[in-house]
Design a protein around this ligand. Sequence first.
Ligand code: FFO
Ligand code: GTP
Ligand code: MG
Length: 454
Amino acid sequence: MLARHQDPIAAIATAPGRGAVGIVRVSSPQPLDGLIDAVCGRRLQPREATYLPLRDAAGQAIDHGLALHFPAPHSYTGEHVLELQAHGGPVVLQLLLARVVEACAGARLAEPGEFTQRAFLNGKLDLAQAEAVADLIDASTEAAARSAGRALGGALSKEVAALRDQLIQLRMLVEATLDFPEEEIDFLQKADAFGRLERLAAQLQAVQQRTRQGALLREGLKVVLAGQPNVGKSSLLNALAGAELAIVTPIPGTTRDQLSQSLQIEGVPLHIVDTAGLRDDTADEVERIGIARSWSAIEDADVVLFLHDLGRWTDPGYAAEDARIRARLQGVEPHRILQVFNKADLAAPPPGELALSAKTGAGLDALRQRLLQVAGWQAMPEGVFIARERHVQALARTGEHLALAAVQARSPEPALDLLAEELRLAHDALGEITGAFSADELLGVIFSSFCIGK
Ligand SMILES: Nc1nc2c(c(=O)[nH]1)N(C=O)[C@@H](CNc1ccc(C(=O)N[C@@H](CCC(=O)O)C(=O)O)cc1)CN2
Ligand SMILES: Nc1nc2c(ncn2[C@@H]2O[C@H](COP(=O)(O)OP(=O)(O)OP(=O)(O)O)[C@@H](O)[C@H]2O)c(=O)[nH]1
Ligand SMILES: [Mg+2]
């Protein structure tokens, strides 16, 4: 494993396919002078773009492009980096890639995320920032991109560092006390150790709140449109998307297969899934399969938008079917179900219920706001940084250990060794976010999800 981190690595850093310009880059712990001589035929001024022929083994130009040399440690990876910026055709770039691997002793193709992994290993980025690099590339809305930019700039890392500094001070107090058992409680009280613990827990909650918002921006919300046939699920999808994506007809059972569309509300990505209308009595084999898929989509949903038809709401047959669906929805946590009444242009909704008309567009804005509310989104004035479920979980574990520490602190006879141990565990959990205490395995999972060349 260690030896692999010493290999020179090379990759095409730009997106696959045709482009105006494409970049091949190499990163190596060893100086790249031999490679530069071979491919560029001359020395390069550090960090200065030079236009020249990029040569193959026979000295023939593969392309004319820009070469850029970043000697270590002043590069993205912290290693020696050479960039060849060529014309962006796939064949040209493949030839250049093959050429640098051949001309650079010991070089191999980079694995996904390996350049960024090296930046992490060389201390150029911490783990939360490295993840933000991938999130910036994957961002599907402007809000997500901006908040990934903030995380890459170290916003999450700074908040975590502030918590960690407080925690370290507290640990020092407690650990010091462990060595002088006679005076222990008195000493801790004088140093306001327990007050510090409470303030730290409060500070953690604020960071957790912001991190959850960041995770929502990254993952988005999966909203499944469910309900009986013909209630207007596909019409609602089309109305939210502002385009005729799904087929709409007055015939019940129109939608057979799922149709997903990603959109955004105030920058929060929303993945809307239209499903086949739920009913028990269909004789149609295709529709039955579609309905089975509807139920599995409902299980996967963050929010099930359970849609009703006000035109038929008082019809006994409709009500009976509705009751059957409700019974089957028992397994879904109530906070994940959002009841919505469609076709408000035909009849008034039951009092207090959310109503809309997919046909006229009335009530759509209220629905959007309601979805954000269900998701737990709070419009924060600027400053949300992107985050991942992994960070949310690590903060939650930090909080659990702080809570257990507080139990000791509040007890009339605190067990200081237990208090110290919980604080240590809280510290470890916090360290996972920036990678201070990350297992190799975790690092592997994180970096392998990057695109190649990053
Ligand atoms: N052509 C090109 N564009 C790119 C990248 C790249 O690698 N190549 N990046 C790659 O993802 C991003 C930029 N990231 C970079 C981060 C650090 C350094 C760098 O040279 N750092 C030095 C010097 C810093 C300074 O002068 O302030 C250092 O950290 O010491 C370069 C690119 C986006 N654009
Ligand atoms: N008046 C009125 N009609 C609507 C409204 N929304 C949908 N419809 C009509 O209701 C019928 C069914 O609409 P769809 O969107 O296909 O319903 P669905 O729930 O997707 O139906 P299935 O795919 O069969 O499950 C169509 O004729 C729509 O034009 C509405 O708000 N008001
Ligand atoms: Mg439909």
